[in-house]
Ligand binder design. Structure first.
Ligand SMILES: Cc1cc2nc3c(=O)[nH]c(=O)nc-3n(C[C@H](O)[C@H](O)[C@H](O)COP(=O)(O)OP(=O)(O)OC[C@H]3O[C@@H](n4cnc5c(N)ncnc54)[C@H](O)[C@@H]3O)c2cc1C
Length: 474
């Protein structure tokens, strides 16, 4: 149970000016930014090897005004990007945070590439739901694991210490909530106290804490959690004890396309380029283009809480560009159906129902009928076949998007909007820009806040140290 210990001047085993809790994308980028601004940094991580939800993710980072976009002649800017974010969250997120995160998104990727050897590619060929232009950037290997490994290498190279197998259990703070240090618990039960002048919470949200999910996001209480198990809501709990405000706690990223029983993420690119979802009765039930996040709930509401992703050879080949999909294919999650009869048999319904569902798609495509769910089927990106591919999926909780209220420097805010003296939050520890529920999540909002807020938090935390703003009060 994490807690805040009130103290005046603690006796610490060691002291480091900037301490960061969590070595996911947010923590590692914050570490690089604080180091870049001249501060000595320590990153503390509960796992033996840094991974976090970042390593589980597809590693897609949305950013505008980038050189990778320029190379592909993509016209994008802060206005276009923030409008896409705003359209999706229906204006329910802090407008300043939306603008700031979009504003620095490209700057951070250039800075990481130029100074820290990070490589990025722009994902082209299809648009993620809600994005009006191509702006998803990723490590050339297209996995979150490659992203985190590459960031760990960068942190290592500049000599930033990452203390692993070290779970932060407590925070030491003065009566006015000025942070003094942290306590860590080692696997052998021993503890160490570490003093600091600035503290960055980069330990993500509360997806791994079933009690908190039931409390704040009851609609996902029984859903599979697909994120990192170590994200137990510590940042929120410490923040609340310190008098911080929390915002949009019911917001989250869901996903309507996790293969079962294999537990593999099936890329949503398949849906965006023509695939459809059928329920176990063989009928479509939604506009698959509204977003994969809200699709989690729509799938969970179907009989048995499942759906079938149905697509053709072209989409199968497209999906093979993604490692997660390739692995799912190798592990037997993807079924191959040579005809409508076989497909119907696989789902367990009559061929007539499937034939009707597929005939409908052809009618939507040629304009003879309108999709009752409002999806536009274009000539160029729709379902062909047979043969068909199919995969049984369910809806899952990926990560929480509510969290500590922060300003545009990632400073944690109290309920009266004043900033705590030396506490920062980034990534899933802070409130995101996804509004109040599941439908406000625009693809990439997770890493957007890890990357942008990580960068801002690292710089601001170093400034507190550099400028001596952290005058010790009794
Ligand atoms: C399957 C999946 C796919 C996704 N794909 C995308 C995508 O393509 N694009 C996108 O934008 N987002 C995606 N996301 C969301 C994205 O992964 C997260 O938003 C992002 O990784 C959050 O980064 P973070 O650094 O805040 O957290 P994390 O990467 O989870 O890092 C937090 C770290 O803190 C550590 N920690 C926690 N508590 C403590 C403690 N008390 N003491 C010490 N250490 C602690 C954890 O062990 C962890 O290593 C995806 C998520 C999932 C689950």
């Amino acid at each position: 149970m994490s807690q805040v210990i009130r103290c005046c001047n603690g006796q610490f085993d060691i002291s480091v000016p900037v301490v960061i809790i969590g070595a996911g994308a947010a923590g590692l980028i914050a570490g690089l930014a604080a180091h870049d601004n001249g501060a000595q940094v320590l990153i503390v991580e509960r796992d033996a090897n840094p991974s976090g939800s970042t390593a589980l993710s597809s590693g897609l980072i949305p950013a505008c005004n980038t050189r990778w976009q320029a190379l592909s002649k993509v016209v994008d800017n802060v206005e276009i990007f923030s409008q896409d974010v705003r359209r999706k969250n229906k204006g329910q997120a802090d407008e300043r945070l939306v603008h700031r995160s979009c504003l620095v998104s490209g700057e951070v990727l250039h800075w990481l590439a130029d100074n820290y050897g990070q490589n990025f590619d722009l994902i082209e060929g299809f648009l993620y739901p809600g994005h009006s232009v191509h702006r998803m950037h990723c490590h050339p290997k297209r996995t979150g694991k490659a992203l985190i490994d590459s960031l760990v290498t960068a942190v290592d190279k500049v000599g930033i210490d990452v203390m692993t197998s070290a779970t932060v259990t407590d925070i030491f703070a003065s009566e006015n909530s000025e942070i003094r240090g942290i306590r860590i618990l080692r696997p052998d039960g021993s503890t160490e106290d570490i003093g600091c002048e600035s503290l960055i919470l980069a330990c993500n949200g509360f997806g791994g804490n079933s009690g908190m999910v039931s409390k704040y996001i009851p609609e996902m209480a029984d859903a599979m959690y697909f994120g990192h198990q170590g994200n137990l809501g510590d940042a929120v709990n410490w923040g609340l004890e310190l008098g911080a405000a929390v915002e949009n706690m019911a917001a989250y990223q869901g996903h309507g396309s996790v293969a079962i029983p294999h537990g593999a993420l099936i890329t949503w690119a398949i849906m965006m380029e023509g695939g459809i979802q059928l329920n176990s009765s063989g009928s479509r039930f939604s506009n698959e283009h509204e977003g994969y996040s809200e699709q989690s709930i729509k799938v969970l509401q179907q009989p048995g809480g499942i759906a079938w992703n149905i697509y053709d050879e072209r989409l199968h080949q497209l999906a093979l560009e993604f490692d997660d999909y390739k692995l799912a294919f190798e592990n037997g999650a993807i079924r191959y159906f040579v005809s409508i009869d076989e497909l119907a048999d696989g789902i367990g319904v009559s061929s007539k129902i499937i034939a009707n569902s597929i005939d409908d798609i052809m009618a939507f495509r040629t304009g003879k009928k309108c999709c009752p769910f409002g999806r536009k089927f274009q000539e160029t990106s729709t379902l062909d076949g047979p043969p068909y591919y199919g995969v049984k999926v369910t809806g899952a909780l990926f990560h929480t998007q509510g969290g500590l209220a922060v300003d545009t420097e990632a400073r944690v805010l109290r309920k009266n909007n004043s900033a705590l003296p030396n506490l920062f939050a980034a990534g899933g520890a802070a409130v995101g820009v996804s509004g109040k529920g599941v439908e406000g999540y625009l693809s990439g909002n997770g890493l957007l806040m890890a990357v942008s807020l990580g960068y801002l938090a690292g710089r601001a935390a170093a400034n507190v140290v550099n400028e001596g703003l952290n005058e010790k009060t009794p």
